[in-house]
Design a protein around this ligand. Structure first.
Ligand code: NAD
Ligand code: DAU
Length: 351
């Protein structure tokens, strides 16, 4: 079996569904703390699938992690678990240090204890794949080349600093203890089951609810959008053939200014769910910028393509069409998520 952490979140949840869609796939132990971002509704279709074992718990719980590794004879760990929202890290960085730094440290220690005692063949085949972000590289000017794996780490937010710290720990556990690790750094994901505090799902749902579509600053910040299923296929490929101790950048080759992303969503909604009068774009509202807002991210994923033959299948145009359609067709999931902590957070951020 493999151990997936954070498998009730956006990317982890998509990965669990993607992996288990293959009837021959190994089973998954899914360890997730179920913070505000963890949503078991995403995994409802697996309720009767014995290959999925869900455990509510913390990656920072050394004893729990070690017992799961031993009990299920885990052959690979994929670490998605993290506090992931930049704006939340600005309001309250403590949880980010606790989970992303201290949690990753405890997870690495539990994995090392388990791995060291494995029989030789299993020891060689074992993998620890750490999922990280392009934000660790800092920000780009409009003319800079895209981030490659040798870019210097220059994190600018409490979130990216905590992810950078976790990447360094993972690297050190390889160089010092020989733990068989691989790290992936990917760009902005979007697609089904995305928690609606992040730009794309927030805009789709606010548009449909007749609410303002908040654009930070001038809306000219650039992100490189990656359809979440493409991210899942890249992770599977890196897990099966990535070189130990290496890092691989994963990107969508889809650089877009935020305002263009929002206008595109409005255009799709104008066609699929036209308003009685006017366009959804009329709801666009410019709001105060994010402190320390990184201007541009872009990923150079040529190493992954050259070494492992991976390329994204979706363009932004096809991916965003599918995403908007998914939100229109999955109102039950949307309503489930629009409760409790999510509402409190929206009030705090936008009042
Ligand atoms: P998410 O916030 O949607 O999900 C995170 C999941 O981790 C949640 O289910 C949460 O309950 C769980 N979790 C949080 N703390 C935990 C802990 N201490 N122990 C166990 N589980 C815990 O995040 P996401 O967008 O799915 O991101 C997944 C990973 O990918 C993160 O490591 C993030 O840094 C990275 N990443 C995300 C993006 C993106 O665009 N979303 C891009 C690059 C990298
Ligand atoms: O680059 C990878 C990162 O992408 C991941 O590491 C993070 O976990 C993930 O949350 C995401 O971070 P961003 O800050 O880029 O994503 P977010 O959706 O929060 O914002 C995308 C852009 O849109 C960013 O430039 C800020 C802007 N924005 C966001 C919100 C929520 C707005 O203009 N208005 C908004 O209301």
């Amino acid at each position: 079996m493999i151990l997936v952490t954070g498998g009730a979140g956006f990317i982890g949840g998509n990965f669990v569904l993607y992996w288990l869609a293959n009837p021959l796939a190994e089973g998954i132990v899914n360890l997730d703390k179920l913070t505000y971002a963890g949503n078991l509704q995403t995994l409802q279709s697996l309720e009767k699938d014995d290959r999925h074992i869900f455990v509510q718990g913390d990656i920072g719980d050394y004893g729990l992690v070690l017992s799961l590794l031993k009990k299920h004879q885990i052959r690979a760990v994929i670490n998605f678990a993290a506090e992931s929202h930049v704006d939340r890290s600005i309001h309250g960085p403590g949880d980010f240090i606790q989970t992303n730094v201290v949690g990753t440290f405890n997870l690495l220690e539990a994995v090392r204890t388990y791995w060291v005692d494995l029989p030789q063949t299993q020891k060689q085949e074992f993998r620890f794949l750490h999922v990280s972000t392009d934000e660790v590289y800092g920000t780009l000017s409009p003319t800079d080349p895209a981030f490659s794996e040798i870019n210097r780490y220059e994190p600018n937010s409490p979130y990216s600093a905590s992810k950078a710290a976790s990447d360094h720990l993972v690297r050190a556990w390889h160089h010092t203890y020989g733990l068989p690790v691989i790290t992936t750094n990917c760009s902005n994901n979007y697609g089904p089951y995305h928690f609606p505090e992040k730009l794309i799902p927030l805009v789709i749902l606010n548009a449909l609810a007749g609410k303002p579509l908040p654009i930070y600053g001038d809306g000219q910040q650039i992100r490189d959008w990656l359809y979440v299923k493409d991210h899942c296929s890249a992770i599977r490929r890196v897990l099966e053939a990535g070189r130990l101790g290496e890092t691989y950048n994963i990107g969508g080759c889809n650089e877009k200014p935020n305002i263009e992303v929002v206008q595109r969503i409005c255009g799709i909604l104008d066609t699929l769910r036209p308003k009685v009068s006017g366009s959804y774009a009329d709801q666009i509202t410019y709001v105060t910028d994010r402190p320390g807002h990184d201007r541009r991210y872009a990923i150079d994923a040529t190493k992954l393509e050259r070494e492992l033959g991976w390329k994204p299948a979706e363009t932004f145009e096809t991916g965003i069409q599918k995403t908007v359609q998914w939100y229109l067709e999955n109102q039950e999931w949307v309503q489930g998520v629009q409760t409790g902590a999510y509402r409190d957070w929206l009030d705090q951020q936008y009042q």
